[in-house]
Design a protein around this ligand. Structure first.
Ligand SMILES: [Zn+2]
Length: 554
């Protein structure tokens, strides 16, 4: 900006980040280099911020909408935290930024991000070229693959051989292991691990110690990945596209990134896919390792569940209570609510059950706290098609998070509606039933019934039987169809679709058992949990004269 001024665009995750960044960081830096920075220009669009710098314009854009990327010529572009940006209908924020440089052949674009997930490619039917089909969280890695793929190579202090520091060469001294050889599980003396972690030189097998980093990292050279070792679908880098990747193994300024500390985190993450994924993202700067996935809940499958009735919208857009505004277009047997507790908020789903067991999702949303639930239970009332008033008859409150609080609340409001109980999903316990009730006596002089359920069995019921395998032409009595309102919003659908089935692994070894888990680790699936519990409500409250379940149809 100092030597070759030109219009500049800075894209960050959302509006707030953009505003903060402009005020707190960018303006002071520009002033430091002696740029002449004028106050923000008037801007009607709150998603962008505009500044004048040395006569050129700096636009700070939030990645949440394409409006900031309208036709506007730029010479410089910065895309920050690219993997956290949503994939917009108009394309990735990287593509949208690149489109702004048409007027300047000497443009410069810099994209930064921590990696998230491995991009997925498919062969185009016509051109036979590989094209990216994966969404948010994979586009920066794709850009990396399309560039020079440079890594920092540092010299071994013993043999001077230049090499990239890779996690596979990180070793621990034998006395860090406290378990007997060949006996599982392996146990460690973590204090010894902190000082007994070293790097084995690929060439001379010499031990490189953590303290050597200060000496060897400043001698590092950036080396492009040779053609035969390139990752991704692009055999050659695109012209003028330099891409680099670096991990915390090279960091010597912060003790938290010492090799011993990283090794302790690694050992802690072993066998835990979520932690292992986070280790790849946060410390190695690599996409989380891909896992074989079987069931995948696609949005198109969810769309098939949409019916013709409107959502109730008990709260307006400003989250003010307005109650049910219109009567139902059907006569249900009963109405139930299911609630998922998260850190700082609650999500609820209200479902109406037909006599044949088909749940109709009536409404859903976010509540601030338990008082909001009480209010909702007290005030919810809706007319059925025949004109009868329906209140909420039964409810389940997931106790997976802050269990004792949930149990306490359920006890406090007992009797407010005919049935309201805490629910507890149990992961991979060899249980004979998929749902069973136990008594909790953690509150003095009170016994609260808890509805336990086999999470995996019910996730399979929901995601496989009622979503993936749903066929409107072949209804299965055992798995009654779920109905969604005609105006169900994208948030609800994307949460409901955030699940896939993967093969369970322990210490990198596949076990042959398949489990359901979140497909996008960083995104919620609270509504999925609520719908899953709605299926339990039917099992608990279906009338006794329901005909015997026929044997499984598969
Ligand atoms: Zn060496």
């Amino acid at each position: 900006m100092k030597h070759s001024p030109g219009n500049m665009m800075y894209v960050s995750r959302d509006e707030n980040t953009t505003r903060e960044l402009g005020k707190q960081r960018i303006t002071p830096i520009l002033k430091q280099i002696g740029a002449d920075v004028a106050d923000d220009l008037n801007s009607k669009d709150q998603t962008i911020m505009v500044k004048r710098v040395n006569g050129a314009t700096l636009r700070l854009v939030g990645a949440q909408s394409a409006s900031g990327f309208i036709t506007w010529p730029a010479s410089y572009g910065f895309v920050d935290e690219a993997e956290t940006h949503p994939l917009l209908n108009e394309g990735s924020t990287i593509d949208l930024t690149r489109a702004r440089f048409k007027a300047d052949p000497d443009y410069k674009m810099i994209v930064f991000s921590k990696a998230q997930d491995e991009p997925v490619y498919e062969t185009d039917k016509i051109t036979k070229k590989q094209k990216i089909v994966s969404g948010q969280g994979t586009r920066c890695s794709d850009e990396y693959y399309s560039g020079t793929q440079e890594k920092l190579h540092v010299p071994c202090p013993h043999c001077q051989h230049y090499q990239e520091l890779v996690w596979g060469q990180m070793k621990i001294e034998p006395d860090c292991i406290t378990s007997a050889p060949g006996i599982l599980p392996i146990t460690y003396d973590y204090k010894k691990v902190l000082s007994g972690t070293y790097y084995e030189c690929k060439s001379c097998k010499g031990k490189i110690q953590d303290k050597d980093k200060r000496k060897i990292v400043p001698l590092g050279k950036w080396v492009p990945t040779p053609k035969e070792e390139r990752e991704g679908p692009y055999p050659e880098p695109f012209p003028f596209r330099q891409s680099i990747q670096i991990s915390d193994l090279f960091v010597f300024l912060f003790p938290s990134s010492s090799w011993g500390n990283l090794m302790v985190k690694w050992l802690e993450a072993e066998g835990d896919d979520d932690k292992l994924g986070a280790f790849y993202n946060d410390f190695l700067g690599l996409p989380r390792p891909e896992r074989k996935s079987a069931g995948k809940v696609e949005l198109a499958k969810i769309d098939r569940l949409i019916s013709d009735y409107p959502r109730l919208q008990c709260y307006d857009a400003g989250r003010r209570w307005q109650g049910a505004q219109v009567p139902l277009t059907f006569d249900p047997l009963f109405i139930g609510i299911t609630i998922d507790k998260q850190d700082g908020y609650l999500k609820y789903v209200i479902s109406a059950f037909m006599a044949n067991g088909e749940p109709h999702i009536l409404d859903y949303g976010v509540l601030a706290n338990e008082d909001d639930i009480t209010f909702l239970l007290q005030n919810f009332i809706v007319k059925s098609k025949s004109g009868d008033d329906y209140r909420i008859y039964c409810g389940l409150f997931d106790s997976g998070f802050r269990r004792s609080k949930v149990i306490e609340y359920c006890w406090e409001i007992r009797g407010l509606i005919p049935y309201f109980a805490p629910a507890r999903g149990v992961q991979r316990v060899q249980s004979r039933a998929s749902i069973w009730v136990t008594e909790d006596k953690s509150i003095p002089n009170a016994a609260v019934s808890i509805v336990n359920f086999d999470s995996q069995a019910w996730e399979d019921d929901l995601y496989r039987r009622r979503i993936i395998e749903f066929d409107p032409k072949k209804p299965k009595r055992r798995y009654p169809r779920i109905h969604l309102p005609v105006d169900v919003c994208d948030d609800f659908k994307s949460e409901l679709s955030n699940a896939h089935q993967v093969e369970e692994t322990v210490k990198g070894r596949q076990l042959g058992t398949w489990i359901w888990q979140k497909a996008k680790h960083h995104e919620p699936n609270d509504y999925g949990d609520c719908v899953k519990m709605a299926l339990l409500l039917w099992v608990l409250h279906a009338p006794d004269d329901t005909p015997e379940e026929p044997p499984a149809e598969d």
